[in-house]
Design a protein around this ligand. Structure first.
Ligand code: AMP
Ligand code: ZN
Length: 475
């Protein structure tokens, strides 16, 4: 297996991935809080984990991927105060919390399917795992790292000291991590930085469960610790999330998990950068208005153009949502699809590609193995297709299929559809002759052939690099 390198937020450096039990890699991605649609920024983050997962699979790893769904306990403040986000929407929409969560989860999963995201091994909903959370909280209490008060069970941040102190991941003090947040110092808490593992005595909260401490509901952070460890073991290989999760959420996950188990929680923490809007600020739900995948399709673009748009930027770089960028991604998608659609049957059936493709395969994998350098990988894929046109040798299909295992744009489906709509032999002969004429820069002949094809009922559209599309007008 080739070495795969990834930036580990824990060490602030690019490290070679050394999974605990190769070829298995355990991967946990912090999932959405399902109280509103997931915007393009959220989707960018999940697509990044799809690139990561597919790259690991391309390298021969078996990835056990878990994504959670937060359907209780995430407060509007992101701290212990405020209203439960799901319940807030439920009240506003006159629905039950379960209806709200199921509705937005289904919408999210439809978007991911449209983006060709591979299904995780497990989708886990917080409300289905309350028992696991209670058992984990009991372990933390038994370890002496949490205390019980009237308003809840709190993690005792002060006790978590020394080298393990909260701040290892973010390299921030507690005050820095909570800067900008409204921290009400509940008289029940020993320190304002202590966080709730279980919340008690909130009679207005709609979702409540029995626990050894009384009826209540879990805190947001404990959900991820309990569900990730349930499905993937006490030490995960890779834990992912957006950069906003580095302070507080992931710090707290580490503190409470390691307090319960005495083992490292995750070996690699991988964080994605934000998608920013036209004004340069982070796209966020709290802004009130945010772009959705439905807006991309309403603008006449393919959802997979958004996928390719994300592929064109590194997961660790901020990416600006811009119409030109999306259109450029659509044109790259069209270019790759056009090649697939018009692929000659012999090139598709070849078991070996032409020799020149070999080097591209290696470079593609090398780019991805270098901390998921997707923009470079995309450039290599486009370059190979251009080279195939230039050489008039399209025997590169195995290599393109290899690329598409990570690109995930469904090129085989496009090729099959193209073949089903194959041209009659006399038309194909005209098309081939025209391709030759264009290649030889005999534009006069190419124009004559265009006129003949048009007279025979075909629409002719020339693309870049010698590519062209031919469509039957009545098709
Ligand atoms: P949320 O539902 O707000 O918890 O967010 C779900 C995921 O999307 C988290 O991993 C966030 O870090 C991530 N996220 C939120 N906003 C953005 C953004 N503008 N760009 C990229 N990722 C984001
Ligand atoms: Zn989480």
């Amino acid at each position: 297996m080739k070495p795969f390198y990834i930036y580990n937020t824990l060490s602030r450096s690019v490290e070679e991935l050394k999974p605990l039990n190769p070829p298995v890699v355990t991967l946990y991605s912090c999932g959405p809080t399902v109280y509103l649609p997931q915007h393009l920024g959220n989707l960018r983050t999940y697509i990044s984990w799809d690139f990561l997962r597919r790259t690991l699979e391309l390298n021969g790893y078996q990835v056990r991927h878990v994504i959670n769904v937060t359907d209780v306990g995430h407060m509007t403040s992101d701290e212990d105060e405020g209203e439960d986000k799901i319940e807030k929407t439920a009240r506003a929409e006159g629905k039950s919390p379960l209806e709200v969560a199921s509705f937005y989860l289904a919408m999210f999963q439809r978007d991911l399917a449209a983006l060709n995201q591979e299904q995780p091994m497990v989708w886990c909903r917080a409300t289905d795992h309350i028992g696991d959370m209670i058992v984990l909280i009991e372990r933390i209490v038994a370890a002496g790292m949490a205390y019980v008060t009237k308003s809840g069970v709190y993690f005792d941040v002060e006790k978590y000291r020394g080298a393990r102190r909260i701040g290892k991941l973010s390299r921030q003090s507690l005050d820095e991590q909570h800067a900008g947040q409204r921290l009400e110092h509940s008289p029940d808490k020993k320190s304002p930085h202590d966080f709730a593992l279980w919340v008690l005595n909130q009679p207005h909260h709609l979702m409540q469960w029995d626990s050894p401490w009384g009826r209540g509901y879990p805190g947001w952070h404990i959900e991820c610790s309990a569900m990730s460890m349930k499905y993937l073991g006490e030490t995960l290989d890779i834990h992912t999330g957006g950069m906003d999760h580095i302070p507080i959420h992931h710090e707290n996950e580490i503190a409470q998990s390691e307090s319960a188990t005495g083992r490292p929680f995750a070996r690699y923490f991988v964080h994605s950068a934000f998608l920013v809007g036209k004004s340069g600020s982070k796209i966020s739900k709290s802004a009130g208005k945010f772009p959705l995948l439905a807006d991309v399709t309403a603008a006449g673009l393919d959802p997979l153009a958004f996928r390719l748009f994300c592929f064109g930027a590194k997961y660790r770089s901020e990416l600006a949502l811009a119409d030109e960028g999306l259109r450029a991604a659509q044109s790259n998608l069209d270019y790759l699809r056009e090649f697939a659609r018009n692929l000659p049957a012999e090139a598709a059936a070849a078991t070996r590609d032409s020799e020149f493709a070999e080097e591209y395969r290696e470079r593609f994998l090398e780019a991805l193995n270098n901390d998921l350098n997707t923009p470079q990988a995309l450039a290599i894929a486009l370059e190979l297709v251009a080279e195939a046109y230039r050489r008039n040798d399209r025997t590169i299909w195995n290599t393109l299929m290899f690329f598409d295992r990570v690109l995930g744009i469904g090129l085989e489906k496009t090729r099959a559809a193209g073949q089903a709509a194959a041209f009659p032999p006399d038309i194909q002969a005209l098309i081939d002759e025209r391709a030759e004429a264009r290649k030889g820069r005999n534009f006069k002949r190419a124009d004559e052939l265009r006129a003949i094809l048009e007279a025979r009922g075909y629409e002719v559209k020339d693309g870049k690099g010698g590519a062209a599309t031919y469509l039957r007008r009545d098709a």
